[in-house]
Each structure stands twice: as C-alpha cells, then as structure tokens.
Design a protein around this ligand. Structure first.
Ligand code: HPA
Length: 246
C-alpha cells in the first residue's frame, strides 16, 4: 500500500499526472470484472498516491461503460481510504466558469442501467447507506484549503447532475437540470460516489468546468472543451500538489 491511503481517479483530460513519480503498476482482479486499468503507485509532492484513469489510460472507456464497481473495489482491496475523483463537467449556474474548478457538495443522479451497488446478492441483511451528504466533508474542506493555498480559481460548492452520456445534453435537459437545482453536469459522478460510500471510502470530487452546458453559451461546446479542459486540468495538477503538501 501507499503511505497515505490516497487514490486519485483521473477523468477526461487527466489520464496521467505530471510530477507523479511512478513506482509500480498493480493489476487487480475483482469479483466485478476488470477495473479501468492497472493501479499506478507513485509519489506526488513527496507522498504516496495511487492513480487510476477512469476511462482507461488510452481513454477508450465511455462514461456508461466504466466498471465503477471494479474500480472502487480494487482501490478498497489495496487499502485505499480516501478517493479524490477528478472529472470534467459542464457549467450550468452562471458562476460556473470554464477553466474553473468546483468542489460539489451535492448530487442528483439521472443515470440508468449502470451497476450501481455492491449490495444486491448474497446479502446477510439489506443495507441502505446514508447518502445525505454524498461527499466526504473533511476531504472537501481539505481540497478547498489546498485550492486557497495555491490561489486557484474555484467554486466551493454546487450540485452535480450526473447524466448518462455519452452524448451531451439537449438545451431543454439542461433547463430541467437547472430547475432541479443542478449547478454543474457530468457523466461520471454516479454511481462512483455511492459505491465509494458503500465501501466506506472517504470520497470527494474535484470537477473541472470544461464548457458552459448545452444552451448556456453561443460558443461551440467542443471548441470550448478543447480550450478549457487542458487549462482546468493544469490547475488540477497544481491543486493535487498543494493538497499532498498539506
Ligand atoms: N455535460 C456532461 N458532461 C460533461 C460536459 C457537459 O456539458 N462537459 C464535460 N463533461
């Protein structure tokens, strides 16, 4: 195991971390099938971390095909205790600006047909996890402190609407999400967060706003993503170093 029990799940735009000194890769088999790839053990800012690219190291696994259960199970099985989930999102609320980072504090789940629980068979008893606060509060606070220390541009809270993908949303769908109270939209936030809670892992999300959500800008969405995803992920690398140095 690493020294800190910290794992980083990298999303679109973060299949590798600059500055991560790679020590070894570990292939983990799980009862739920294959994780997105081998777990990468490394050191960042002098501390041990485990890295996993959610969409595979060659970015070949779409959001609805990610084996979220295998990923979370694999991390838990090697002794990980904390998970920082990095994800690209679209900004819905006006202050969710492309290139900025958000640390969401709530989720609304619109995904479907994804294996979404570890508690479905061979049960000794039915388990209902408490998901009132879907993200670990202490981990969020530490992320916010790290972002402040590194003087990054970030929004400290927001509701993450998790959509099925892989297509982007319609303008009407985004209006509906907005009426529901979603501030940002992404395709990978669920069931990952709930599975982490089921396994007793402290889990928090670091979302990079890659674009304004559908219908929220006259700019071409893909052109925006091309510019801001890289800019945002560069900020995430700074954030992760700041976080690990704390
Ligand atoms: N919608 C859903 N997922 C996303 C978006 C979006 O606009 N941008 C990046 N991931």
């Amino acid at each position: 195991m690493n020294t800190t029990g910290l794992a980083i799940i990298g999303g679109t735009g973060l299949t590798a971390i600059n500055g991560l000194e790679i020590l070894r890769r570990e292939v983990v088999s799980t009862p739920y099938g294959e994780p997105s790839g081998p777990l990468t053990h490394g050191r960042l800012a002098g501390r041990g971390v485990v890295f996993l690219a959610r969409h595979g190291y060659a970015h070949t696994i779409p959001p609805h095909k990610v084996n979220y259960r295998a990923n979370i199970w694999a991390l838990k099985s090697i002794g990980v205790q904390q998970v920082l989930a990095v994800a690209a999102v679209g900004g819905i609320r006006a202050d969710m600006r492309p290139g900025w980072i958000v640390f969401p504090d709530q989720i609304i789940d619109y995904t479907y047909d994804r294996p979404h629980t570890f508690f479905e068979q061979d049960l000794e008893r039915v388990t209902h996890i408490d998901f009132t606060h879907p993200y670990d509060q202490a981990l969020r606070r530490k992320l916010i402190a790290a972002a402040q220390a590194a003087q990054l541009q970030f929004v400290a809270a927001g509701t993450y609407g998790a959509t099925q993908g892989p297509r982007l949303e319609t303008a009407a769908e985004i209006s509906r999400l907005e009426r529901d109270g979603c501030d940002l939209v992404g395709m990978t936030g669920m069931p990952e967060a709930a599975l982490a809670r089921e396994q007793g892992l402290a889990y928090a999300c670091c979302a990079v706003i890659a674009n304004r959500a559908a219908g929220k800008s006259r700019k071409d969405i893909h052109a925006e993503i091309d510019v801001y995803l890289k800019q945002g992920m560069d900020q995430v690398r700074v954030l992760l170093e700041s976080f690990n140095a704390m």
